[in-house]
Ligand binder design. Structure first.
Ligand code: ADP
Ligand code: MG
Length: 685
């Protein structure tokens, strides 16, 4: 007995050779074949009369064979098969090169469908190498006169063969497909039956029917994922025991009053969302999204004060030690007047200093700790950790969230400056609540972005000269080239030398492999204006805040990802002056050109991220590719926003009503099969 799970080589017409070719397309079972959807379609619904076909067009016609002739061409030792065919309106010829088995198919008198390009030969119109379908009285043509599927195949498999094979599989196995989505949900959301959807994908009767089928299958993918995420969430919601930290404490309100600006309405709104979560003993797991410079830090600081108000400690994790230092000293100067003790914990501290710091953290003397991932990697114990803020989340990846959960059950706020398109956020971080800061603080002028060629560098130097003359600062970022054994800082050093030759002692240099104290010194002289030009690597990519910086130059911009470039650009334009970003380089691919153009067009991080996702696919943006969460076959994270939101809403509601999906066993199986391992929900909790 062959069923959906049988290997494809059980099928008639699929032998060893073809099954190994199918395996290359990840088609192992009969079911895989059903779900191998076409890459595109050809609309061959129009059948042309032979009297109407014109040379240089692609046509489908239904004809009868009049005569056939095969010969070996003298020049190239090629078999030429030529047939004269007619449909009663005209006589035309059809020719095939090197098709050995054709002669049998082309018996005079036989009905054929032909599809292909028409040319003009010796006074006669001629189909050149057309596709042939032998027609029978009792069955409509399948390869023409309809919309025809084109598959993404490998060598040795033809579309015609694939269509025929899929037809057989549809005929014999479609009835065995079980629709996991309950009828009630299907009719509520206007989704067609799964079997109909699968069949329609392979042979759509019309574009409208195809759209309904695609929608149904895309919904399945989105719904299954959202059910998985809802399950993760429902299990976590059962965990209680995070400290409940009320939001009306004195520190938080004093600090808010002391800020040099009033919170924007977006900032106030997200702070309410965060504060509300922290006031409960259900651990918060919230993503705070906001473009570079949108003012996430102030929000995080106020949330941290809420933790300290509640008698708990707060930790802020940032990606680099430069940033930890910078945030640490700034936050310390803001908070120490209130009697809040702030410490920075990074690698490379002297032994004794480190030991006493760790003691003070575990005794609770330290209220706020700022550090890099060393904070979670090493054995740091807190007296009562109330809130962990993870800044620039995409640097840490998805999984480290889990690691931090092992240190007691603090509330967790993850901040990301990569504006993740909403669809992607819902798909990847669907188990997190999401708060978004959409609007920038008042008075920001968008950075002007230009792509320039190497030959313009002298003009650029002139421009920089003017800017530093007005006490502005310039970042000049060079790529670090990763060789097989070491990182090549050559481009940075070369540029530093060139800049020094032009600007003398106005130039500093910084990269990740310098000692911490040396880096701090360089940053200080840059910020103070002593050395207003900074040749650097992406060390400065995230978080660094120098309001006087108005020029960002990125050398070999094509080597950087789009969201990384957007991050870099966010380092300038933080003050009230017009700022500039120059992308130096010459992309070699169209994709490269498109990416840089997207950046010049828009300063809205969400638009940039969407462009990035459209060009590179979703996985690259936040490094989630390896988790395989968003590799949908049908759903499209840009087009299917609404469908995703519907799927999410419905999935979360369903899990709320029926936590283990016990009334929907086949739905539960589908979720576990796809996401059981990836989301860690394989066992019932
Ligand atoms: P992000 O971390 O989101 O990239 P920051 O928190 O570093 O952004 O804020 C960027 C700059 O904007 C800082 O200099 C900050 O002081 C300032 N800022 C933040 N909120 C406001 C506001 N509501 N009004 C004016 N300036 C603000
Ligand atoms: Mg920040």
């Amino acid at each position: 007995m062959i069923d959906l799970t049988s290997p494809v080589d059980c099928l008639k017409g699929v032998g060893k050779a073809r099954s190994s070719r199918l395996a290359r397309l990840e088609i192992e079972t009969v079911e895989d074949l059903l779900h191998f959807y076409p890459r595109r379609y050809e609309d061959r619904r129009a059948i042309s009369k032979l009297s109407e076909i014109s040379p240089d067009s692609v046509c489908s016609s239904i004809v009868k064979v009049i005569s056939v002739d095969s010969r070996v061409s003298s020049r190239k030792k090629m078999i030429l098969t030529e047939a004269m065919v007619s449909d009663g309106t005209a006589l035309v010829s059809a020719i095939w090169f090197n098709s050995r088995n054709l002669a049998n198919l082309l018996a005079p008198g036989r009905s054929l469908g032909l599809h292909g390009r028409v040319s003009y030969k010796g006074g006669l119109r001629q189909f050149v190498n057309p596709e042939v379908e032998v027609l029978w009285e009792d069955r409509p043509p399948r390869q023409m006169g309809c919309i025809v599927a084109v598959y993404a195949l490998t060598a040795g498999l033809s579309d015609q063969w694939m269509r025929t094979t899929v037809d057989h599989v549809l005929r014999d196995f479609l009835c065995a497909v079980d629709d996991p989505i309950p009828e009630s949900i299907r009719s509520e959301l206007g989704l067609i039956d799964l079997r109909l959807a699968i069949e329609t994908m392979h042979r759509p009767p019309s574009p409208e029917a195809w759209r309904d089928a695609r929608k149904r299958l895309a919904f399945d993918e989105l719904f299954t994922l959202q059910l998985g995420l809802a399950t993760v969430r429902s299990r976590r919601d059962k965990v209680v025991g995070a400290p409940a930290l009320p939001c009306n404490g004195p520190l938080r309100s004093s600090l808010e009053r002391a800020l040099p600006f009033a919170l924007s309405s977006d900032q106030s709104r997200v702070l309410d969302e965060i504060g509300g979560d922290m006031a409960s003993d259900v651990p918060m797991n919230r993503l705070l999204q906001g473009d570079v410079g949108s003012g996430k830090t102030a929000v995080a600081l106020l949330a941290m004060m809420q933790a300290v108000d509640g008698g708990a400690q707060a930790a802020l994790m940032v990606p680099t030690s430069v940033l930890a230092q910078q945030h640490g000293s700034r936050i310390e100067s803001m908070l120490s007047p209130y009697g809040v003790r702030v410490e920075t914990l990074i690698g490379g501290l002297p032994q004794g200093e480190r030991r006493s710091l760790l003691e003070d953290i575990s005794s609770g003397d330290v209220n706020v700790v700022i550090g890099t991932h060393a904070l979670i990697q090493e054995d740091v114990s807190f007296k009562k950790l109330g809130l962990v803020v993870i800044d620039e989340q995409h640097r840490f990846g998805v999984l480290q969230r889990v690691a931090i959960g092992t240190k007691g059950v603090p509330h967790v706020l993850v901040m990301t400056a990569t504006p993740i398109p909403r669809t992607l956020a819902l798909s990847v971080y669907g188990d997190l609540s999401v708060s978004v800061i959409r609007t920038m603080p008042k008075g920001r002028i968008p950075v002007k972005t230009r792509v320039i060629g190497e030959h313009k560098v002298d003009d650029l130097y002139g421009f920089m000269e003017k800017e530093i003359g007005r006490d502005r600062r310039v970042f000049w970022v060079c790529p670090i080239i990763e060789g097989s054994e070491h990182l090549d800082a050559g481009p940075l050093e070369d540029r530093f030398a060139a800049l020094e030759a032009r600007f003398g002692d106005k130039v500093g240099m910084i990269h990740g492999r310098m000692a911490l104290s040396a880096r701090q010194e360089v940053m200080r002289s840059f910020a103070s204006g002593e050395k207003p030009i900074l040749a650097c690597t992406t060390v400065i990519e995230v978080g660094v805040d120098v309001p006087e910086a108005t020029v960002m130059v990125v050398e070999n911009a094509e080597r950087f990802g789009l969201s990384q470039l957007h991050q870099l650009r966010g380092r300038v334009g933080r003050g009230s002056e017009q700022a500039w970003c120059f992308l130096l380089g010459k992309p070699k691919t169209t994709e490269g050109v498109q990416r840089l153009e997207a950046l010049c067009r828009s300063s809205d991080g969400f638009a940039v991220a969407e462009a990035d996702m459209a060009i590179r696919g979703p996985g690259e943006i936040c490094g989630v590719r390896q988790h395989g969460i968003t590799d949908f076959k049908v759903a499209d994270l840009i087009r299917d926003v609404e469908l995703l939101e519907t799927a999410r809403e419905r999935a979360f509601r369903l899990v709320e009503e029926d936590r283990d999906l016990s009334s929907f066993p086949s739905l539960r199986d589908a979720v576990l099969r796809r996401y059981g391992r990836k989301l860690g929900i394989a066992t019932t909790a």
